[in-house]
Design a binder for this molecule. Structure first.
Ligand SMILES: O=C(O)[C@H]1O[C@H](OP(=O)(O)OP(=O)(O)OC[C@H]2O[C@@H](n3ccc(=O)[nH]c3=O)[C@H](O)[C@@H]2O)[C@H](O)[C@@H](O)[C@@H]1O
Length: 440
């Protein structure tokens, strides 16, 4: 009987054990007198517990399969869903790639997916469509991609079962990992979302990639923010990056270290891209160029941050088409992962590149370019930069990307913003009679 009792109440430290000990001393005599009755009672309890766990196991299975069929608008797990994935993954050129694009309904994800599809690669997207910014913009991007036969699975990169299922359906050769919690200043409001997406989500994805039987090569979005408070300009990949100014930057830096360990232990081919303030059509409403445009058009004031001693802040703004070229070149030049099924078979490449524009522009200059394009004056509130994660300037040295990827940005800020404003006015219906139909 003591043995059975031990099984029912495992000997863990803490309250349960001491309660039990107390209970035992008090009732030793009682137990001796009614040993056979209590044995029967315990056996009955044991049987009830067995039945209960069987029933809950059954309901877990049922709810599991319910989960497979109803968590998404596209019925995850059913045959039609699988068919859409297979068809989206189909390659239409010789030696084409099969790419899983995470964050495919995001700004960069949408553009990269389209570029790959247009040249004949197989593309499957995954996106959780969260509401960090207006999800209707993400849905519009999805509709646009659908018209090019690109399918986006609705799901989170933290969903290990979903990732396993996707890899079971499609043997991806590459993963373009762009899903992330972006934004520098929002990290003070919602720190956990950065840990969830940029750390936990990344690890879940890498776990899947490392155990795939043909491991894919991974290209992923790091950030210029890893240079943090560095003062030496332009920023080079070989510079130290150990003084991040925001939790966002810290999670991206952590991502670089985490991917390094997966490269080292499992032989995953890794390319990290440090993007410098990417802007353009279909962009992110949380970014300054986008929200400034919105406010200027609505006659609302904009807040322009300034550094210490009234020094203007500056960014190496980089146009989306240039970034897309850098992403595609990274996929094309990524060496193979060497492992399979979780075993490393040899060393694999680990690369990091700056993807910037190499010509920083101040924020007031950005505002005046927008004013010119919108033919409206901004109501500017000049405010000292709050200590909320911002850095005073960014400036990329891109010679490494130039040498190894053939990366060469060609769009200056004036040209890029003109294209952005044109898109914005059309998309939000400012161009009368043109509706919402947009061309990239
Ligand atoms: O390149 C990067 O690493 C990062 O670029 C951007 O971050 P950020 O450069 O801060 O871009 P914005 O939020 O658009 O800000 C651009 C500039 O405008 C300034 N700003 C922003 C917002 C505002 O209301 N007023 C204002 O003056 C900022 O201080 C900054 O100097 C992205 O938001 C990040 O996701 C990305 O990782």
């Amino acid at each position: 009987m003591p043995q059975l009792e031990e099984e029912l109440f495992p000997s863990t430290p803490g309250r349960i054990k001491s309660d039990r000990m107390h209970h035992n001393t008090m009732n030793r005599t009682f137990h001796r007198c009614f040993a056979s009755t209590s044995t029967m009672f315990l056996w009955a309890l044991f049987l009830i517990a067995l039945t209960a766990s069987y029933i809950s196991f059954q309901s877990f299975i049922t709810s599991g399969s319910r989960y497979l069929h109803h968590t998404s608008h596209t019925s995850i797990g059913d045959l039609h869903w699988e068919k859409q994935i297979r068809s989206s993954a189909q390659i239409r050129r010789q030696n084409g790639l099969t790419v899983l694009v995470t964050g495919a309904a995001g700004f960069v994800g949408t553009h990269v997916s389209l570029a790959l599809k247009k040249r004949g690669d197989g593309v499957v997207g995954i996106d959780n469509f969260n509401d960090y910014y207006d999800p209707s913009l993400k849905k519009s991007r999805r509709s646009m991609l659908e018209s090019y036969h690109i399918f986006i699975v609705k799901g989170d990169i933290n969903d290990q079962k979903l990732l396993a299922k996707l890899f079971e359906i499609v043997p991806f050769t590459h993963v373009m990992h762009l899903a992330a919690q972006a934004g520098v200043r929002y990290a003070m409001e919602n720190p956990n979302s950065y840990v969830h997406s940029n750390i936990a989500g990344l690890v879940t994805l890498l776990e899947q990639c490392k155990s795939a039987d043909r491991q894919p090569a991974i290209v992923w979005a790091s950030s210029s923010s890893v240079y943090g408070l560095n003062e030496k300009v332009p920023f080079s990949e070989s510079d130290q990056t150990d003084q991040p100014a925001s939790l966002y930057a810290a999670t991206k830096k952590a991502g670089e270290e985490i991917t390094h360990t997966y490269n080292h232990i499992y032989g995953l081919s890794i390319t990290g891209l440090r993007f410098f303030t990417v802007y353009g059509p279909w962009g992110r409403p949380d970014m300054a160029y986008f929200s400034f445009t919105k406010n200027i058009l609505q006659g609302k004031p904009i807040t322009v941050y300034r550094g210490k001693d009234r020094v203007d802040l500056a960014r190496d703004f980089t146009y989306i088409d240039d970034i897309v070229k850098g992403c595609v070149a990274s996929l094309d030049t990524a060496g193979k992962s060497t492992g399979s099924g979780g075993k490393k078979r040899g060393p694999a490449p680990y690369r990091i590149y700056n993807l910037g524009n190499t010509s920083p522009v101040t924020v007031p200059t950005l505002v005046s370019i927008l004013e010119k394009n919108l033919k409206m004056k901004a109501k500017k509130n000049m405010v000292e930069m709050p200590g909320n994660g911002d850095v005073p300037f960014t400036h990329a040295n891109i010679s490494l990307a130039q040498r190894e990827l053939g990366y060469k940005p060609t769009t200056d800020l004036s040209t890029g913003l003109r294209k952005f404003v044109k898109w914005y006015l059309t998309y939000y219906g400012y161009n009368q009679g043109k509706g919402n139909s947009v061309n990239l």
